[in-house]
Design a protein around this ligand. Structure first.
Ligand SMILES: NC(=O)c1ccc[n+]([C@@H]2O[C@H](COP(=O)([O-])OP(=O)(O)OC[C@H]3O[C@@H](n4cnc5c(N)ncnc54)[C@H](OP(=O)(O)O)[C@@H]3O)[C@@H](O)[C@H]2O)c1
Length: 332
């Protein structure tokens, strides 16, 4: 196993590779998956030094956790396993958010069973239901820590205020939210709050769900590719957003890197900007791409390159989520 740069999640959380691995796409969201290559990709990520692996009970109705179980069993002591509760797809295809304490408890037990482990290293609330008092939900999560079922707590897509209130109830090691050159709304409240409290940021979709790679990978006829329903990928929006990659292409050409590496390097450099750990979790089902993405850790963009990239987010067209109440900026 190689060694990558490491960062700590929160003041007493786990120390992990500065780039993690997002496993969602293996089971859901981005079209068909070659499971043999996906399994090899997990192993390759581990060989290259990745220690933080991200899943959720919602990814494929538990399929993603079940798929990861043998990989986790093979490397249990060397990995940090992160999973989530609180967001699920109902029979009719709609998404439902649950934060009530009973649901927290039963979801954790079900994830432990599917993952085949005694303890979840990092357990996130996936989405916030403001109808359930924060004390009740975080209280139930804290009971899981006391019971030895969970080591550290995380929250996904919370507002700055929700984060500060939750952290006062029980230490929060990490916040997971969408953060990339195309999605910077969390810099208004969430990131400053996390930085002030010493909480790590774990950016999801750091490659903009593939947009920030410059590689067109969406089959417009694929019903199992969620990007066919996302505003950023549609028609004129999609074309306008592709055009925003021009500065990344230029930097990539000069630096002899790829567009994806430039996009990820920008995210990695948020650690220095905000003085708190920033550990993106790009997702891929390909060994060559995981290798490519990890090389972003060797790329440091200079001030003039960063200045060129600065205006891009403001020019992106199309919301990052169809229902604003599902994401932090919709509740701020
Ligand atoms: N908390 C939440 O609500 C939430 C929401 C979304 C995601 N997440 C987590 O965050 C992780 C990452 O986010 P994401 O998967 O949505 O988006 P992402 O990492 O921004 O992008 C993934 C997409 O980019 C492609 N890709 C990856 N590396 C590439 C490269 N070097 N060149 C070209 N294409 C490349 C992947 O295709 P291939 O797989 O075919 O390589 C996939 O289609 C997920 O796996 C999940 O664990 C959390």
């Amino acid at each position: 196993m190689s060694t990558l740069r490491k960062l700590q999640l929160g003041t007493d959380g786990p120390v992990v590779s500065a780039q993690g691995f997002g496993a969602m796409g293996i089971s859901v969201a981005y079209g068909d998956t070659d499971l043999t290559e996906a399994r090899a990709t997990l192993e390759h990520a581990f060989e290259l030094g990745v220690t933080l692996f991200d899943t959720a009970d919602a990814y494929g109705f538990g399929d993603n956790e079940r798929f990861l179980a043998p990989f986790f069993a093979a490397h249990r002591d060397e990995l940090v396993i992160a999973t989530k509760f609180g967001l699920r797809r109902l029979e009719d295809g709609t998404l439902d958010i649950r934060n009530d304490p009973d649901y927290v408890r039963t979801s954790a037990d079900a994830s432990l069973q599917r993952l085949g482990v005694d303890e979840i290293d990092l357990y996130y609330m996936h989405r916030r239901d403001p109808e359930v008092p924060l004390e009740d939900m975080v209280g139930a999560m804290a009971e899981l820590v006391a019971a030895g079922k969970v080591k550290h707590l995380g929250l996904s897509e919370v507002t700055g205020d929700e984060l500060a209130a939750a952290h006062a109830i029980h230490p929060i090691a990490a916040v997971q939210s969408e953060w990339s050159l195309f999605s910077r709304d969390i810099e208004n409240q969430v990131v400053p709050t996390a930085a002030r409290l010493g909480i790590a940021m774990v950016p999801y979709s750091p490659l903009g769900r593939g947009l920030l790679t410059g590689v067109n990978q969406v089959d417009p006829n694929a019903a199992n590719d969620v990007r066919n329903t996302m505003a950023r990928f549609q028609g004129a929006n999609g074309e306008a957003n592709q055009a925003l990659l021009e500065p990344l292409r230029k930097i990539a050409a000069v630096r002899n890197t790829t567009v994806a590496q430039v996009a990820l390097a920008w995210v990695h450099q948020r650690t220095a900007v905000w003085q708190t750990s920033v550990v993106p979790i790009p997702g891929t089902r390909s060994r060559t791409r995981v290798e490519e993405n990890l090389k972003a850790l060797d790329l440091t963009l200079d001030d003039s390159e960063l200045a060129v990239l600065e205006p891009i987010a403001a020019e992106v067209t199309g919301a990052r989520w169809h229902d604003p109440s599902f994401i932090s900026s919709g509740r701020e």
